[in-house]
Ligand binder design. Structure first.
Ligand code: AQP
Length: 335
């Protein structure tokens, strides 16, 4: 069976963007049963951008684990674990640091965005981020990676690393990974600016829905979301040049598991004053049970830690032989 890998950073609370762009689709792939699914809290990635207090990183990691489970990831069906508990990721990443080229890394738009103007002050880890991400995926020989639109470029780099490794060492060892970017909500935008990605690190809390928000907060943020004065169109073309309207329709489609065309057939012609309460009701119905379950699970930290330890053992069973074989290919004595 083909293997799916994906991860989420415990760099802050989960957003609706993480949920629709990633987590919900992780659950769909798990439940489809056609793939072996491996999902990871990538804590080593979470410390690349800015300093995180140790207690915050630990709390975020456990909360993310609770989020995965509350959203429908079943540790009996998927391997669910924390990156730093499986040392093979960092070990393979070192090899990939020596395969990837500086120029490839410099072209990454996430590097450019996150390093900002003062890139001399950015961490070396932030620069090397995509090589660690390639190791996360390839240490499982995963062939499919469900992600949001923003990760497409990193997945192309993962393919480039696999191709160059295979070529340099004259082997056919690492698979060429396929990104899986599907659904109506692969790029959920900020509620304050329809041209900016909804992000957990946006300083404005009103720009996003957090998976820990209660029903009132969800409804209020949707009510206040930026829109334009026009009614909703009945056809998809009518959403062009209307990023805020398109975003809310995409979110509705993602949450209700419909296509954008189906949603517009239902809501075309309505004003936002009518559509926003519909969206708020839907969002509360879908998200409130997740936040309630997350809060419940967070009361049982020892259970979460047990799940992570078990997942790490399962992950290591796959990763260790692949790393060993990699070391042999590279010529590392004692592998
Ligand atoms: N707005 C989004 N729309 C759709 N998908 C999204 N993802 C993130 N934001 C959106 C997807 O979620 C997965 C995990 O993301 P991540 O935690 O690894 O990091 P990120 O992409 O950097 O997420 P954030 O929220 O934007 O974090 P910060 O603010 O720390 O940079 C990925 O599959 C991503 O595509």
């Amino acid at each position: 069976t083909p293997r799916v890998f994906s991860g989420i950073q415990p760099s802050g609370g989960l957003t609706l963007g993480n949920y629709l762009g990633a987590m919900k689709r992780f659950v769909d792939m798990q439940d489809a049963g056609s793939h072996e699914t491996v999902y990871c809290m990538v804590d080593q990635h979470a410390i690349t951008a800015k300093f995180l207090e140790p207690a915050t990183l630990a709390a975020n990691t456990r909360e993310l684990c609770a989020g995965f489970i509350a959203a429908g990831i079943d540790p009996a069906k998927s391997i669910l674990f924390n990156q730093s508990q499986v040392a093979e990721h960092a070990q393979l990443a070192w090899i990939f640091n020596c395969v990837a080229r500086m120029g490839w890394m410099q072209r990454m738009t996430q590097w450019k965005d996150k390093a900002g103007k003062n890139s001399q002050n950015a961490s070396l880890g932030l620069f090397a981020y995509p090589a660690l991400m390639a190791a996360d995926i390839l240490v499982y020989h995963a062939t499919h990676v469900p992600v949001g639109e923003d990760q497409k470029q990193h997945l192309e780099l993962t393919r480039d690393i696999a191709i160059k490794f295979n070529h340099d060492y004259g082997v056919d060892f690492f698979p060429i990974t396929e990104p899986v970017i599907e659904g109506a909500a692969t790029r959920v935008m900020s509620f304050r600016d329809g041209t900016k990605k909804m992000s957990k690190s946006d300083p404005s809390d009103a720009s996003r829905i957090n998976l820990t928000d209660d029903a009132d907060a969800i409804a209020k943020k949707i009510r206040k979301a930026k829109t334009d004065p026009e009614a909703l169109p009945s056809e998809k073309d009518g959403l062009e040049d209307r990023p805020e309207a398109r975003n809310l329709v995409n979110i509705y489609a993602g949450l209700s598991e419909q296509t954008v065309a189906q949603v517009l057939a239902e809501v075309g012609g309505k004003q936002f004053s009518e559509f926003k309460p519909m969206l708020a009701d839907l969002a509360v119905a879908k998200l409130a049970p997740i936040s309630t379950e997350m809060a419940r699970l967070m009361q049982h930290q020892d259970e979460i830690d047990k799940i992570l330890a078990h997942g790490a053992n399962q992950a290591r069973e796959i990763a260790a032989p692949i790393l060993k074989k990699t070391y042999e290919i590279v010529g590392m004595v004692g592998a």
